[in-house]
Design a protein. Structure first.
Length: 318
């Protein structure tokens, strides 16, 4: 029953381009020490009850990851984390768990829903609190972090503060997205819906529509006129943009056209389109708001070289 609910919300959120782009985002549920999480490289909108989920032993995983430090992880610590992710699988015949298994395991709530919400990313650039009408929830802000072990450590640091297990949490991952965690799924859905409706209206996100590939030039994406001119931005605003374009990303040709570094393969088109869309929406609105949207340079270099992200890209072909 709970897996059916996980599939339902995965399809609901995974089909919303303003919350999930490409293979981003990951959902999980805990039952004792057994944790079921989205498999690495799988699109949320494509999961079924038999495909796209990996069961892990969370106790074994947590015993295997490096102990928390107030710094960036070393390469050896990152390697230990990768090993712990793979070693935690209960069934080794299915794909690896999501690389973000770490924070799903350390957050004590039963349900953990992580999205790359554009409203969340923009909200995080403003350093403001949640309005009361969103609902009864605790907000915890996490500075920009390297996905995987570093992000897990930063969340572990906040869990050292007094934590009320019965209160749902809104984890604001700056320049990354959001995490909704709690013990009642219907409450999390209501809270996240309230958040999306309100802040999409505040930022004017819904006026942006997905760009389309130009027939005459298959390496170019064209935005419609409904949102006015758009701004791609010179620097990445979130981790997945760095992962998929590590050696220099798309370039803006005019106020409505974005040129990619190469013509994408057929199975890359949707993902590249969605990543460019997210980057453009955040950059365009951030400039209008007068706030900085780029990921810190040091983080970008570390994200681009992450071994666990390379594994994720490989698994997207399974």
């Amino acid at each position: 029953m709970m897996l059916a609910e996980l599939v339902r919300i995965a399809h609901e959120y995974g089909s919303d381009i303003k919350q999930i782009q490409g293979a981003g985002g990951n959902f999980s549920i805990k039952q004792g020490t057994e944790l079921t999480i989205k498999s690495s490289g799988v699109l949320l909108k494509n999961v079924t009850q038999k495909r796209g989920w990996t069961e892990v032993d969370s106790k074994r995983f947590l015993e295997g990851i490096p102990k928390i430090h107030d710094r960036y992880p070393t390469k050896h610590e990152e390697s230990c984390y990768i090993h712990a992710v793979g070693d935690s699988q209960i069934d080794t015949n299915v794909p690896r768990p999501s690389m973000e298994l770490g924070f799903h395991a350390v957050i004590p709530h039963r349900w953990v829903l992580h999205t790359h919400s554009l409203a969340g990313i923009l909200f995080g650039l403003q350093n403001s609190g949640l309005p009361d009408h969103i609902g009864p929830i605790r907000m915890i802000s996490i500075p920009p972090a390297i996905p995987g072990l570093h992000l897990t450590w930063m969340i572990q640091q906040r869990l050292q503060d007094p934590f009320d297990y019965d209160v749902p949490c809104f984890w604001l991952l700056k320049n990354h997205g959001v995490v909704w965690s709690g013990n009642q799924l219907d409450m999390l859905e209501k809270l996240s819906c309230n958040f999306e409706i309100y802040f999409r209206a505040v930022f004017g996100i819904d006026r942006f529509q997905l760009p389309t590939w130009l027939e005459k030039d298959p390496a170019v994406l064209g935005f419609g006129l409904e949102a006015g001119s758009v701004i791609l931005g010179d620097e990445p605003t979130y981790p997945d943009y760095v992962v998929f374009f590590p050696r220099g990303g798309p370039k803006q040709e005019d106020p409505f056209k974005i040129r990619l570094p190469r013509v994408p393969k057929e199975d890359e088109k949707d993902i590249f389109c969605e990543l460019v869309f997210a980057q453009t929406v955040v950059s365009t609105i951030a400039q209008k708001l007068g706030v900085e949207s780029a990921l810190p340079v040091g983080l970008r270099k570390r994200i681009a070289s992450l071994e666990i992200e390379k594994l994720r890209l490989l698994q997207m072909r399974w």
